[in-house]
Design a protein around this ligand. Structure first.
Ligand SMILES: Cc1cc2nc3c(=O)[nH]c(=O)nc-3n(C[C@H](O)[C@H](O)[C@H](O)COP(=O)(O)OP(=O)(O)OC[C@H]3O[C@@H](n4cnc5c(N)ncnc54)[C@H](O)[C@@H]3O)c2cc1C
Length: 424
């Protein structure tokens, strides 16, 4: 793999999803959509600090944060007829929803936490419903494919570890999780052109991938079409609660509603304590490389790489504990590229045309955190690090629970209270 000749490496290291939607150097445009700059109904962005908005009478809900988690829940709520307003901060925030890999992934998720494995599988099963709904409502093709995915092993040790992990996952899933460990020869029937270092891998028929940017745009557009209101450049700085009503202070003014959902990614760390909750989150950097468009080289998505419907190959992603740093670094990019070339040697002829780093929203154990406040009834806080995979469960099941005013029993295991350390 090599970098496009005419550009220096540093020049191409950028957060390309932003470039896709925003002209370089463009300033935020008042009253226009943050995603496409169009003048949608239901979209507000010019700062009016004196503005006071009361959402709904008894059933209004404010969603804080316009990433994949916020828009999935927001769409799910308006789909049920609730009166919803979403407050989002600015484009300069760390926004995982615009820098991710796009896998709708089941294999390996929740090996040590069966409820999470169930929840992930449930979301994968709901994905076709969400996709059809969004495509019918917005006309956007999300490029969803759920025809199975591969995890590649480059040594016998990796193969044995993988088998042990997936056996554990299968043991608590009562036959629901299906996978197959494949030796090199069997894997070659699924994915030709594997390199000589590939000893085998795991195959799961539930895995898939989607265009994550079209997903975000579709959720956003569908939310507006169902009557939702979006305020951008509306960072929430304070939340108070009196007589059953939340008042949120933002750059766009004061917003009031009887219910509030905090889904601000890493921003939830500061917001959750304002409603009596905790979200002890940390950033974890992932770097991704993208090749030029090419003929079909990759038949099924893999944990390390996938070929998009348009023909580019996305390769990644690293897991780096480096704080709030989204820079692309040559050493990590070289490691990613090396593993990709060992997997599919034909990739060495592909040009890398883009790269970026983005921050995952990680809890201490890596699993989602869902909570309903007992001190501030009507407040919820939601975060996870697999917001693409879980988008369907968030839009359909979790939004349904929030609409009904009570998280389902199975979601109680995702409470932040699991991080409490016993005095013994
Ligand atoms: C490199 C990488 C690869 C990934 N790959 C996958 C994958 O293949 N599959 C998968 O399922 N998941 C993947 N993910 C994870 C997925 O992208 C995230 O789970 C998801 O995007 C999280 O969305 P979010 O809405 O919680 O956070 P974000 O996308 O970060 O959005 C948070 C939003 O809240 C806003 N905000 C913050 N503070 C405030 C405030 N005070 N007031 C108002 N608004 C605020 C921000 O401006 C932002 O718009 C990946 C993530 C990364 C980084």
């Amino acid at each position: 793999m090599y970098w496009q000749d005419s550009w220096s490496r540093s020049a191409i290291c950028g957060f390309w999803p932003l470039a896709l939607w925003f002209e370089p150097g463009a300033k935020h445009r008042s009253n226009n959509c943050r995603l496409c700059h169009g003048p949608h109904a239901g979209y507000r962005s010019s700062p009016l600090p004196d503005r006071q908005v009361h959402i709904g009478q008894n059933n209004g809900i404010i969603i804080v944060g316009g990433g994949l988690v916020g828009f999935s829940i927001a769409y799910g709520l308006v789909r049920l007829g609730l009166d919803c307003t979403l407050l989002d901060s600015s484009d300069t925030d760390f926004i995982a929803a615009r820098g991710n890999f796009g896998l709708v992934w089941v294999q390996g998720k929740g090996a040590g936490f069966s409820t999470y494995a169930d929840w992930t599988m449930r979301s994968s099963e709901l994905w076709p419903t969400l996709c059809d709904e969004l495509q019918d409502t917005t006309g956007h093709d999300l490029g969803l494919e759920q025809e199975g995915g591969i995890h590649i092993c480059l040594s016998q040790e990796e193969y044995d570890d993988r088998k042990q992990k997936l056996d554990l996952l299968r043991s608590h899933q009562n036959g629901r999780f299906i996978y197959e460990m494949m030796d090199r020869q069997t894997l070659l029937e699924l994915q030709p052109n594997l390199g000589p270092d590939v000893v085998g891998g795991s195959w799961c028929p539930s895995d898939g991938h989607v265009n994550p940017l079209f997903l975000l745009k579709s959720l956003h557009d569908a939310f507006l079409r169902h009557g939702g209101q979006v305020y951008s450049d509306a960072k929430v700085d304070d939340i108070s609660h009196a007589k059953g009503v939340f008042t949120l202070t933002s750059r766009q003014g004061l917003f009031r509603a009887p219910r509030v959902v905090l889904s601000a990614g890493l921003g939830n760390r500061q917001l959750a304590p304002l409603v009596g909750l905790r979200q002890p989150l940390r950033p974890q950097k992932g770097q991704i490389l993208v090749t030029q468009k090419t003929d079909r080289l990759i038949r099924h998505p893999m944990t390390l790489m996938r070929q998009t419907a348009e023909g580019s190959i996305m390769i990644g992603d690293s897991k780096e504990e480096v704080g709030f740093d989204i820079s692309s670094t040559t050493d990590v990019m070289a490691q990613i590229a090396s593993r990709a070339e060992r997997t599919i040697p034909a990739l060495k002829h592909q040009q890398i045309i883009r790269s970026w780093g983005a921050l995952r929203v990680m809890s201490p154990d890596g699993y989602p955190v869902y909570d309903q406040s007992t001190t501030h009834p009507g407040a919820y806080a939601v975060t996870c690090h697999s917001g693409v995979t879980l988008a369907a469960a968030h839009a359909i099941d979790l939004a349904g629970d929030i609409a009904a005013g009570k998280l389902a029993h199975n979601l109680h295991e995702f409470t932040e209270r699991r991080f409490d350390v016993s005095p013994d």
